[in-house]
Ligand binder design. Structure first.
Ligand code: PGA
Length: 250
């Protein structure tokens, strides 16, 4: 079933002490009546302590990446088995920073998706166009290709473990947000693209998050759009007051 989700991507921020502090603030401040699923993605080294801290809360923990191989000589990498063995069952894949800075291709992301799904992890699959694509009116094509090349090889049964996160690159960390109408137009297109490939049931059920400079003052309007099921939050997830305001906006 389609869920409301607010996920915080902490990127390479917060040391061990700061992680515990922020989590304790979230535990104390997120209203008990919140129906949205709340997820936080601290950095790898703090995942174990986050799982421990959040044991009695409704907040789930996600990793920001996973390696595609089961194990092996891959210095510095983390496997899906390592994540699930410490209770982390969700992973963000295909984030635009991984694509741009770490050269992750659609094909590599597709491999990572397979590995994560094989381990019964939930995948938050990120994609979105760059500014030049939107300016050249190529943004729908780009988004469709990213979905097809990175994700659409999965089987129908796997969709229950997939969350989509549309994040226009020009809106990430820039303070520039897609207007609620731009977000809705793209989310509707994404749902339609899923519908054409996998049918109405899957398209209606899949959760599609918007990401890119979501803040307390724009969250409510963006989340009010019919095809926007929540948000993937970067900068504003690093501060309890802002993140809680975004969670309550949904
Ligand atoms: P931002 O980041 O909210 O800081 O724009 C979003 C993201 O990278 O997921």
């Amino acid at each position: 079933m389609r869920k409301k989700i607010v996920a915080g991507n902490w990127k390479m921020h917060k040391n061990a002490t700061q992680t515990t502090e922020l989590l304790n603030e979230l535990i104390a401040q997120i209203p008990a009546e919140t129906t949205a699923q709340v997820i936080v993605a601290p950095t790898f080294v703090n995942l174990s302590s986050a799982v421990e801290n959040l044991k009695f809360s409704n907040i789930a923990v996600a990793a920001q990446n996973v390696h595609q191989a089961e194990s092996g000589a891959f210095t510095g990498e983390i496997s899906a088995d390592m994540l699930t063995s410490i209770g982390v069952n969700t992973v963000i894949l295909g984030h635009s920073e991984r694509r741009a800075i770490f050269n992750e291709s659609d094909a590599l992301i597709a491999n990572k998706v397979d590995t994560a799904l094989k381990h019964e992890m939930t995948v938050i699959f990120c994609f979105g166009e760059e500014l030049k694509d939107r300016q050249s009116k190529n943004h729908f094509n780009i988004v469709e290709n990213q979905l097809k090349d990175g994700l659409f090889h999965i089987e129908a049964k796997d969709w229950s473990n997939v969350v989509l996160a549309y994040e226009p690159v020009w809106a990430i960390g820039t303070g520039e947000t897609a207007s609620p109408e731009q977000a809705q137009d793209m989310h509707e297109f994404i749902r339609e693209t899923v519908r054409k490939a996998f049918g109405s049931d899957i398209a209606e059920d899949v959760t599609i998050l918007y990401g890119g400079s979501v803040k307390p003052d724009n969250a409510k309007e963006i989340f009010s759009k019919p095809d926007v099921d929540g948000g993937l939050i970067g900068g504003a997830a690093l501060n309890a007051k802002d993140f809680v305001a975004i969670v309550t906006a949904i």
